[in-house]
Design a protein around this ligand. Structure first.
Ligand SMILES: [Zn+2]
Length: 374
């Protein structure tokens, strides 16, 4: 029996998927940005035509200019300054992910970004988590159940990380599963925020850190060994610590070996890495090498609006480029679920109750459709 057939878009869409790295402010619907700008009086949009705006966001995500990419976030964050707006964005996020066949998601956001018009952090959290609940309830009613949780992000370039870490811990039983820091890697090492990580560890809480995207091995080392990150956001530059010879033999440096030995999950975001210039092309993305070396690889979207992707489209792209079949997609999905910040018994329930039966069904269908390959 062969599972080497590249799965069709319909199969990838139907497959149960798990998403660990997705930004709430990077996933708005273009029409929602326009409507929220009108409702909230935000005046900064380059155009109020939803189709033209969708185009503008796509171009902003096209690598040529990191400034343009960052300007895109000014607009999404710009319209997320009222509780109703935040709630709507969060509800639509849950619905859109569920419609894409995502069965478990951890979506992150820096709540301090929504305080520009005077909201306090607790109001932002209530709106965000309330939106997730409403969206997940609506998705379940449509026959697309999703479990969705929040990761609270602090910005590297600001000085509120301890307060934000406290906030994350305070909401741990209300839908928050972890803490993250994001923002410019260069010049803002995670060790500037040691107090925040200390607080997270002392509370037995979870932490993932954006590292090894724009900046190399020292950033990854620091995230793991100085700050105690359990997962790495991106982590693509770990390939700088791997030598592959022409004969296919490879040698891992001590950092790469540590990451593989300890099964440190890599939250890889292929298209986003190309758009921000971290990787030159999909063919040159290290996701396949790292998969073959059996690192704990997971596949993620990062910013669905700016990169114009879904988790299904990312997986399809990898399937087309590297010849992944259903076996590989299931492996990546199980990696992600095992690496989630949900409790162990909840993870097992989703693995055994949803992911494995879902893939078993798809594999049986693929076999039935291709009897000559049996
Ligand atoms: Zn990210």
């Amino acid at each position: 029996m062969s599972m080497m057939l590249v799965p069709t878009p319909g199969t990838v869409l139907a497959a149960p998927k798990v998403l660990l790295h997705d930004h709430l402010d990077g996933g708005l619907r273009p029409l929602t940005v326009v409507e929220l700008a009108q409702e909230t009086g935000y005046r900064g949009l380059p155009t109020e035509d939803p189709a033209a705006l969708a185009d503008w966001f796509r171009q902003g995500g096209d690598g040529s200019s990191l400034e343009r990419y960052l300007a895109a976030f000014q607009h999404t964050v710009g319209v997320m300054q009222t509780p109703a707006a935040i709630e709507r964005v969060a509800a639509e996020c849950a619905l859109d992910l569920a419609a894409d066949g995502v069965v478990y998601a951890e979506v992150r956001y820096a709540p301090e970004l929504s305080t520009q018009a005077g909201l306090d952090l607790d109001t932002v959290m209530a709106a965000w988590l309330g939106g997730f609940e409403r969206g997940a309830t609506a998705a379940a009613a449509q026959g697309r159940p999703i479990t969705i949780r929040a990761i609270v992000t602090a910005m590297r370039q600001y000085a509120r990380s301890v307060e934000i870490a406290e906030l994350a811990v305070r909401y741990r039983d209300k839908g928050v599963v972890g803490f993250d820091i994001a923002g410019p890697e260069k010049g803002f090492p995670p060790s500037r925020h040691l107090d925040a990580f200390q607080l997270i560890h002392q509370a037995n809480f979870h932490v993932t850190i954006h590292a090894g995207e724009a900046f190399g091995l020292p950033s990854i080392w620091e995230a793991l060994q100085a700050c105690g990150a359990e997962r790495l956001g991106h982590g693509v530059r770990i390939v700088d610590d791997i030598e592959v010879g022409r004969d296919g033999r490879y040698a891992l440096g001590t950092l790469a070996a540590y990451i593989r030995d300890r099964r440190v999950p890599l939250e890889m975001c292929p298209t986003s890495n190309i758009h921000t210039g971290a990787v030159a092309s999909i063919e040159r993305h290290p996701v396949d090498l790292l998969r073959r070396l059996r690192f704990r690889v997971t596949v993620n979207t990062d910013n669905r609006l700016m990169s114009d992707v879904t988790l299904s489209s990312e997986l399809e792209l990898l399937a087309r480029t590297f010849g992944f079949g259903l076996d590989e997609l299931q492996w990546l999905t199980l990696n992600a679920m095992k690496s989630s910040f949900l409790s162990f018994d909840q993870r097992l329930r989703i693995i055994n109750g949803t992911i494995k039966p879902g893939y078993a069904r798809l594999m049986a269908e693929a076999t039935a459709l291709a009897p000559t390959l049996v």
